[in-house]
Design a protein around this ligand. Structure first.
Ligand SMILES: Nc1nc2c(ncn2[C@@H]2O[C@H](COP(=O)(O)OP(=O)(O)OP(=O)(O)O)[C@@H](O)[C@H]2O)c(=O)[nH]1
Length: 312
């Protein structure tokens, strides 16, 4: 291609980008772009107004939602426990290339939100005001969305349940099979948890489980996934990481857990967790992957707990 043509092409691209940006900025639609770390990188005026936010290059979606909760702006949270609601919303967010749903805002508006995620994990959010559109059927649609969410969510902690996290494991495993990605799996189990139940009661045990779910959620990026497998066993899926990176994430998680003080009325109570780690191999099934992680977890427990262990 001759250089003159190339620069014409570049100028055309720049013009389109500029126009697109200006039109997005002026649009009454709520438009926002989040990067692969879920940091808000662009938001138009309509989005900034609705969610009381500015893309300052460091605010994440979770920060934005927490700020909204505190100031009574943004999305309506129809749950008694906002942190559990947030954990649930975070565990469903950005897990598919595209999704769309109806949502209500605190100011009374209804929006139709679409989320489009690219291969690198960047997400375009685009929402239209549908307050004036057909109201009939809205309750039914909400009911259907609630049922869908409930089918994917662990009710106590708000994070993904076993079925949802296994579904995500299968999706990531399919990427590994075709050489399109890497996957590290950490199976985690709270240590001597029975003692907490036995000495402080089931309610305290539940609070510890919820605390660990928060620590786990805080350790996973939007492209990752985490969930409660059952009881006091959890799983963390780390996408496109090296063994060293996966190990570092789990190490930090175990360190944070060690320092946590989950019971306000019992600040001296601390707890620990153990982890079994493995990397997915092409040809792995979910059962094989979980079995390896489980064996490694068993070794971590046998070696004294409060530690991680790689599968052989
Ligand atoms: N409070 C509470 N306890 C639970 C829940 N699910 C399972 N448990 C309890 O978790 C305990 C798990 O005990 P064990 O499997 O013996 O394990 P552990 O005491 O953590 O010991 P190690 O795993 O060997 O470190 C059992 O007493 C279960 O009843 C729950 O949702 N809430």
């Amino acid at each position: 291609m001759d250089p003159a043509e190339l620069s014409r092409d570049d100028a055309e691209q720049a013009l389109i980008a500029q126009r697109l940006l200006a039109l997005h900025e002026a649009s009454p639609k709520l438009l926002a772009l989040f990067d692969n770390h879920d940091v808000l990188r662009f938001a138009n005026e309509a989005f900034c107004q609705s969610f009381d936010v500015q893309p300052d290059g460091c605010i994440t979606w979770l920060d934005m939602m927490r700020r909204n909760l505190a100031s009574g702006r943004g999305s309506k949270v129809n749950a008694p426990e906002p942190e559990t609601w947030l954990a649930g919303a975070a565990s469903r967010r950005g897990k598919q290339p595209f999704r769309a749903f109806e949502a209500d805002l605190i100011d009374g508006r209804w929006i139709w939100m679409t989320e489009t995620v690219d291969e690198q994990g960047w997400m375009l959010c685009s929402a239209s005001d549908i307050t004036a559109l057909k109201i009939e059927g809205r309750a039914l649609r909400q009911e259907r969305d609630r049922a869908l969410r409930a089918a994917q969510t662990d009710p106590m902690t708000g994070i993904s349940n076993r079925a949802h996290v296994l579904q995500q494991m299968q999706e990531q495993l399919s990427r590994v099979q075709i050489g399109a990605g890497q996957l590290a799996v950490a199976l985690l189990d709270l240590d001597h948890f029975k003692r907490i139940n036995d000495t402080l009661g089931h309610g305290a045990g539940d609070a510890v489980i919820c605390d660990f779910a928060r620590q786990l959620q805080a350790s996973s990026r939007r492209v990752d996934a985490c969930g409660r497998m059952g009881g006091e066993e959890f799983v963390l899926l780390l996408v496109d990481v090296s063994a060293e990176q996966a190990q570092a994430v789990v190490e930090r998680l175990l360190a944070r857990t060690r320092q946590a003080s989950p019971l306000a009325e019992q600040p001296s109570l601390h707890y620990t967790a153990s982890a079994g780690l493995t990397l997915a191999r092409p040809g792995d099934t979910i059962a094989e992957l979980c079995h390896r992680a489980d064996e490694a977890l068993y070794q971590a427990k046998a070696a004294g707990r409060d530690r991680w262990q790689w599968a052989d």
